[in-house]
Design a binder for this molecule. Structure first.
Ligand SMILES: C[S@@+](CC[C@H](N)C(=O)[O-])C[C@H]1O[C@@H](n2cnc3c(N)ncnc32)[C@H](O)[C@@H]1O
Length: 275
């Protein structure tokens, strides 16, 4: 965004947005001063913040590619965000050229961005919807037209559930989404954790996000594992068990080298709906 900071209609640039802060951590340009200030305050106590964002993004790209290699031809990407390069449709269509992707987000700037980015991108659609309202999401005509619910789907919920408080039951919401999808569908999910992180970094992160469009809710390994209840986790890398991992490790050729400080801020997993 230019530093004159012209906001598209409906976009509030007085409050940091979690979508735009993530864009800032990825080195993008779809953010405003208020997002950059919040991002820099976090980086002051979490110098690896940009690595954290990239480790998460890498998980999304590797898992989408892997799912396409398993024959998944359609994806629902909830909390899609603002990235400009190597998006879900790029990763999926590199394997299956006619793969279809339904992007979903509740941030008004993401809609503006998606309208531009997806112009001419075949097989893609975007809807504004809230993850916490599966009926509202699935009820949209564009969703019904984009996805064949009789065939398996790759459901992506990447770096989103930590913006959903316990009271809104992210565990139950994931169950509701998966119950709508055909057997053979997969869930790919990552979620921030406070396991083994410093109180100082956590304090700053929580404070900055509490002033943004969504407060952050870090979860333990057990709490993230519980998001996959009823599904069959796939091993995150050769030699691993059926379990979640840190984001950098998933699908990594060398999981030891990929186990960076940044990557340890989020767990992830990919799991199959078997019946
Ligand atoms: C950290 S970004 C992750 C972007 C992308 N999934 C990735 O991992 O690279 C989180 C995204 O979730 C969106 N989001 C947060 N809460 C949401 C909700 N309740 N419903 C839909 N989208 C939401 C934000 O607007 C933002 O774009």
């Amino acid at each position: 965004m230019s530093d004159i900071e012209q906001a598209p209609p409906g976009v509030d640039i007085t409050v940091p947005s979690v979508a735009r802060m993530y864009d800032y951590f990825l080195g993008g340009t779809d953010n405003f001063e208020v997002d950059r200030i919040a991002g820099e305050k976090i980086r002051a106590n979490m110098p690896e913040a940009m690595d954290t964002a990239w480790a998460n993004r890498g998980f999304l790209q590797r898992s989408v590619r892997w799912l396409a290699e398993q024959g998944i031809r359609q994806f629902i990407d909830i909390g899609a965000g603002l990235p400009t390069m190597n998006n879900t449709h790029d990763a999926a269509q590199a394997v299956i050229p006619d793969a279809r992707i339904l992007y979903v987000d509740n941030d008004p700037l993401v809609r503006v961005h998606a309208n531009k980015l997806l112009e001419g991108a075949t097989g893609t659609a975007f809807i504004t919807a809230d993850f916490r309202d599966p009926d509202g999401l699935f009820g949209q005509q564009t969703a019904q037209e984009a996805i064949d619910f009789t065939e398996p789907v790759g459901l992506l919920v990447v770096a989103l559930t930590h913006f959903v408080p316990d009271e809104d039951d992210p565990w139950g919401l994931i169950q509701r989404y998966m119950s709508r999808l055909a057997p053979g569908s997969y869930l790919a999910l990552s979620a921030a954790t406070d396991d083994r992180q410093s109180a100082r970094a956590l304090g700053t992160i929580k404070e900055e996000y509490s002033k943004s469009t969504a407060a952050v809710h870090m979860r333990t390994r057990a709490e993230v594992t519980r998001l996959f209840t009823g599904l069959e986790l796939v091993p995150p890398y050769d030699g691993a068990g059926r379990e979640i991992s840190y984001t950098g490790e998933w699908g990594a050729e060398d999981p030891v080298a990929a186990d960076s400080d940044g990557s340890r801020w989020a767990y992830c997993g990919v799991a199959r709906k078997t019946a």
